[in-house]
Design a protein around this ligand. Structure first.
Ligand code: ADP
Ligand code: ADP
Length: 237
């Protein structure tokens, strides 16, 4: 369970990006957050792993209040929370497999990962993650040789290799064309169904959100303006 309790984020300079947000996300839910650019979607999901600290209220993941974790606690939380980015954020001049192994960094001592000394188990988990997004045949291809949609599937695999309990996807399809966006959303949905990982996805296209959201959350100026099944969302969101 992820709990937002009157969660507020005021950035230095005074922008109120999140304004008294209260809601609960049960384990295993597939939540899509929609809103215009600047509505606070990125800020909202980044409070979950503490990348953006709340300035008021609280965010709780399981039994942990994110704002009360020390350095070690925050590191542990981030190990359990996978992130998927708009621009994929792959290291382009290395292989797909190496990129996915970076998801294992949280599980491997730094001296070993520095030397590229991942264990057999790490490689197996990385390959299984690539299988989940059906791109295992590209494991030894340079990441920059893949299309955008393929790169995002690798981004998803890297997050899965972390063995996360929560997945945060910040505008994961904003750099992709509509057909490819559907492919990526289908993988995210299917992974949620199969593995039961609580998933929060930011989107700015309402039609895409409606189609995939079990639960759709609408934000406007940092406030909750809709919370319900995707099928019931109107243009007002
Ligand atoms: P969205 O993801 O919905 O586009 P964001 O959460 O990125 O919205 O931004 C919400 C508001 O907070 C915007 O007005 C944005 O300019 C502002 N903002 C975001 N990040 C920062 C930051 N690091 N410092 C100051 N203002 C920020
Ligand atoms: P998005 O809306 O897709 O999240 P933006 O282009 O709004 O992305 O922001 C990109 C980056 O710049 C983010 O890391 C965000 O936190 C930061 N940012 C956004 N608005 C501001 C701002 N007004 N001041 C400082 N940083 C900002």
């Amino acid at each position: 369970m992820i709990t937002f309790d009157d969660a507020t984020v005021v950035y230095p300079g005074g922008v109120r990006a999140l304004d008294g947000l209260s809601l609960e996300i049960p384990e295993g839910e597939f939540v899509v957050i929609v809103g215009l650019s600047g509505a606070g979607k990125s800020t909202m999901i980044r409070t979950v792993n503490g990348l953006v600290p709340v300035t008021g209220g609280s965010v709780t993941v399981g039994d942990r209040r994110v704002d009360q974790l020390g350095r070690a606690g925050t590191r542990q939380l981030r190990a359990e929370v996978g992130m998927i980015f708009q621009a994929f954020n792959l290291v382009e001049r290395t292989s797909v497999l190496n990129n996915v192994l970076m998801g294992r960094l949280h599980h491997v001592p730094l001296w070993r990962s520095t030397l590229g000394l991942y264990g057999r188990e790490d490689v197996e988990i990385a390959m299984q993650s690539l299988e989940l997004v059906e791109i295992v045949e590209k494991a030894y291809v340079r990441a920059s040789n893949l299309s955008g949609g393929q790169q995002q599937r690798v981004g998803i695999a890297r997050a899965l290799a972390q063995e996360p309990t929560v997945l945060l996807a910040d505008e994961p399809v904003a750099s992709l064309d509509p057909p490819t966006s559907h492919v990526v959303m289908k993988y995210l949905q299917e992974i949620n169904r199969r593995l039961g990982i609580t998933t929060l996805v930011n989107l700015h296209f309402l039609d895409l959100a409606r189609k995939y959201a079990d639960r759709l959350i609408g934000l406007r100026e940092g406030q909750l303006v809709f919370d319900g099944p995707g099928s019931e969302a109107t243009e007002e969101v």
